[in-house]
Design a protein around this ligand. Structure first.
Ligand SMILES: C[S@@+](CC[C@H](N)C(=O)[O-])C[C@H]1O[C@@H](n2cnc3c(N)ncnc32)[C@H](O)[C@@H]1O
Length: 333
């Protein structure tokens, strides 16, 4: 089956007008946020219908009965997404927005979906069935899963990475490289003379993602936006956007939430378009788009992820390793 953008099916549907819009500058991408059900907005959005999307990042409602609107009661909007719909309805909803997003991709485009265990497999099977190719099944590992006694504690979400055409996929590993274990832990000189095109001592990150800024966005975290308990870390979106799009590209997030994708896309000079069901979430995200990221771009992005203590090695070997590798934060964070 080929990837088709589902037509709106409503001839004459007016082209939606963004509810919030920020013009681009020399260094910041243009950003538009539309309030509404993503299925309705995307079906009528020219960028989707004309297949102009370079990158889609989607962090959908999980149907876990979460309150996606936690603003103070006086400001409570009438439109809050029902996050406890029957399973079959949720799967139908999921297939519908997946088809729309996949159908709007350019041939060089990629699509990422952030999804927990209970629906990851269904999404993988469905995206394959509509013609996308899986590039990676990444895991975002965190350490704040709810404590439980009768089964293992949850500590991951799946970051499913698909592309439209593997031969044309946009892929920029250079900005996201990290020091290899050979450099940080084993002082193995082979990493100084690599034949894989990577700089000395560096590698493409592994498909399990963790590290200093990858944990929970807690109340005392500089990134924290009020009233959002499902906000993703900035570093997660920085990695995704840098490696799978170029400056000037168009990034779509159908589930804007607190606005993490838009903030990082705009800061990285990509054009951003997002949809959000809750008017108040959209307003909060728009405010955040104007503020920009809470941490400097690149902070922690190239940090080592070794988990074992460095092997014993001579001072000479250590000096050689650190002078010949380009790895930022090689022995630090
Ligand atoms: C998991 S949150 C996204 C969080 C976001 N990635 C962040 O970092 O803040 C999902 C968001 O999707 C919104 N939403 C749910 N159903 C929607 C729909 N049909 N169309 C558009 N937005 C929807 C919810 O209101 C919520 O804000």
């Amino acid at each position: 089956m080929s990837v088709e953008a589902k037509p709106s099916g409503r001839k004459g549907t007016p082209i939606p007008t963004p509810t919030h819009h920020l013009p681009g500058t020399d260094t910041l991408g243009e950003a538009s946020v539309y309030v509404g059900d993503c299925r309705e907005v995307l079906a009528a959005l020219p960028a989707v219908v004309n297949r102009e999307l370079d990158l889609v990042f989607a962090d959908p409602p999980f149907n876990w009965n979460r309150d996606y609107h936690r603003w103070e009661q006086s400001d409570k909007a009438s439109r809050v997404w029902d996050d406890a719909i029957p399973r079959e309805d949720y799967l139908a909803f999921t297939r519908e927005w997946l088809s729309l997003c996949a159908g709007g991709l350019k041939d060089s485009g990629s699509m990422w979906v952030n999804i927990p265990d209970d629906t990851a497999a269904e999404i993988v099977v469905y995206l394959k069935s509509i013609g996308l190719t899986m590039v990676n099944w990444c895991i975002w590992h965190y350490r704040f899963g709810q404590n439980r006694q009768n089964s293992f504690i949850n500590s991951k979400v799946h970051a499913l990475y698909f592309c439209k055409d593997p031969k044309q996929r946009t892929w920029n590993p250079a900005p996201i490289l990290e020091p290899s274990d050979r450099a940080t832990t084993y002082f193995d000189p082979r990493t100084l003379d690599k034949k894989d095109g990577m700089p000395a001592g560096m590698r493409v990150p592994m498909d399990v993602w963790y590290g200093q800024y990858w944990g929970r966005i807690q109340g005392n975290n500089a990134e924290r936006r009020p009233a959002h308990d499902n906000q993703l870390p900035e570093i997660y979106l920085e990695r995704v956007i840098r490696c799978s799009s170029n400056a000037g590209d168009l990034v779509l997030d159908p589930f804007v939430g607190s606005g993490t994708t838009g903030v990082m896309a705009r800061a990285l000079n990509r054009r951003f378009v997002g949809t959000e069901f809750s008017p108040d979430n959209a307003r909060g995200a728009f405010e955040r788009l104007g503020l920009g990221p809470a941490r400097p771009l690149g902070d922690g992005l190239n940090a080592a992820t070794n988990i074992f203590a460095a092997r014993k090695a001579s001072d000479k070997a250590k000096r050689r390793m650190s002078s010949q590798t380009t790895g930022a934060n090689l022995y630090g964070k």
